[in-house]
Design a protein around this ligand. Structure first.
Ligand code: EPS
Length: 383
């Protein structure tokens, strides 16, 4: 299973196409919309989120609430399009659209205009905008629906915003995900949530923006997804690439991640024990559920760092690309902090990689075939 998206931030709509979708997945558009709504919320979002109310319209690949084995195409309308019909028209000469010529440091603006040989930063920023991630979340909801059939759950929580962090990061099994979902910063600890909101308020007042760190966890995975024999099979690499493809994500860790580099081996690796009746037991999960490029049957723990958003209300120095004169970087309406939103997008990315790994291992034709192959696989695993 894999996806592609199309759509500009202020164009008419976003488009999502999910391919290699097995038949028989129960797909409820309310579930898709619930994730779209989670992505929209979050303390620190800007004025745009008050305009949008994202809903997925399913165009193909689904009949009577179930996938039929063909590509699932969806659109999400941009309500803001009504305010941008001149600037984002698909025809005409653009005479009424002022060019954006002051690239924002940290955004795709400068490298994008150099790459594409354009003199209008808007040609680049419209697609580089994180608005596109709404389409990823819709695609990820299809992946999550398949994972639901095989007993896999994917969830996330925020552990840091700016310099405010949870004192110690809990094991995902101990996280109250419902509390995190209710929190408008997606942090399970209400006291830390309040400090995170204060930090976002302070950043907004200072014309600043904030990044942070979140965890995505996946439970119920069978061991052996992915592979060790070929570089392209390694699940760490596929998950890492997927999460790093989200705008503003600068680092990804699994389990203990970078901290493991400072420890001795016996403090990093998870012993393998056997308990009669329970089978193989791992007393710890430093590896974050991945060994040798494969799932090992434990909870997958992915942690990602997001840099602060590049659009600053107190802008950094830039250059007017039309004149070469020094100017302030473009100051567009934007968010102060989108870390809670990025966590939902990362759930979608992780879910897509895992759904793809399940279809590669157990078949792409139908949910029933996948479940049968999975049962046979589970039956031969040691008790
Ligand atoms: C974004 C700028 C803002 C954000 C946008 C990402 O949009 P606008 O320029 O319309 O104010 O709100 O995020 C979304 C629209 C979204 O749906 O997440 C940017 O420059 O990346």
């Amino acid at each position: 299973m894999h996806y592609t998206t199309a759509g500009e931030s202020h164009g008419k709509a976003l488009v999502s196409v999910v391919s290699d979708v097995p038949a028989g997945i129960r797909l409820d558009s309310h579930r898709i919309d619930a994730d779209l709504a989670r992505r929209q919320k979050g303390y620190g979002r800007g004025g745009r989120m008050a305009i949008e109310s994202d809903r997925a319209v399913i165009l193909s690949g689904v009949r009577f609430g179930r996938t039929i084995g063909s590509p699932v195409a969806m659109t999400i309308g941009n309500r803001d399009w009504d305010n941008w019909t001149d600037v984002m028209a698909t025809s005409g000469d653009g005479a009424r659209a002022a060019k954006v010529t002051s690239p924002r440091p940290g955004h795709a603006d400068l490298a994008g205009v150099l790459r594409n040989n354009t003199d209008d930063v808007r040609d680049v920023l419209e697609r580089a905008s994180a608005r596109e991630t709404a389409a990823r979340v819709a695609a990820g909801a299809v992946a999550k629906a398949l994972l639901g059939h095989v007993g896999v759950g994917v969830a996330s929580f925020v552990v840091r915003i700016g310099d405010v962090a949870l004192d110690s990061e809990p094991e995902p099994e101990a996280v109250d995900f419902e509390a995190a979902e209710v929190s408008d910063v997606s942090c399970p600890d209400p006291v830390v949530s309040a400090r995170m909101r204060d930090a976002i308020d302070a950043a907004r007042s200072a014309g600043e923006s904030l990044g942070g760190v979140f965890v995505v966890a996946a439970t119920g995975l069978v061991p052996g997804l992915g592979g060790y024999a070929e570089a392209s099979q390694r699940l760490d690499a596929r998950l890492g690439a997927a999460v790093l493809s989200i705008p503003a994500i600068k680092g990804v860790e699994f389990g203990d991640g970078f901290a493991a580099a400072a420890r001795v081996g016996s403090a990093v690796h998870d012993p393998i024990l056997f308990e009669p009746g329970r089978g193989i037991v791992r007393p710890s999960n430093h590896a974050g559920g991945l060994e040798g490029g494969m799932t090992n049957g434990q909870t997958l723990v992915v942690r990602a760092a997001m840099k602060p958003i590049p659009t600053l209300m107190r802008p950094l120095a830039s250059v007017d690309l039309a004149t070469g004169e020094p100017v302030d970087a473009a100051k567009e309406r934007s968010d102060v902090c989108a870390v809670p939103a990025a966590a939902v997008v990362a759930e979608a990315e992780v879910a897509m990689v895992l759904a793809d790994a399940y279809t590669q291992a157990f078949g792409v034709r139908s949910v029933d075939d996948i479940l049968e192959a999975l049962e046979a696989y589970r039956a031969r695993l040691p008790r």
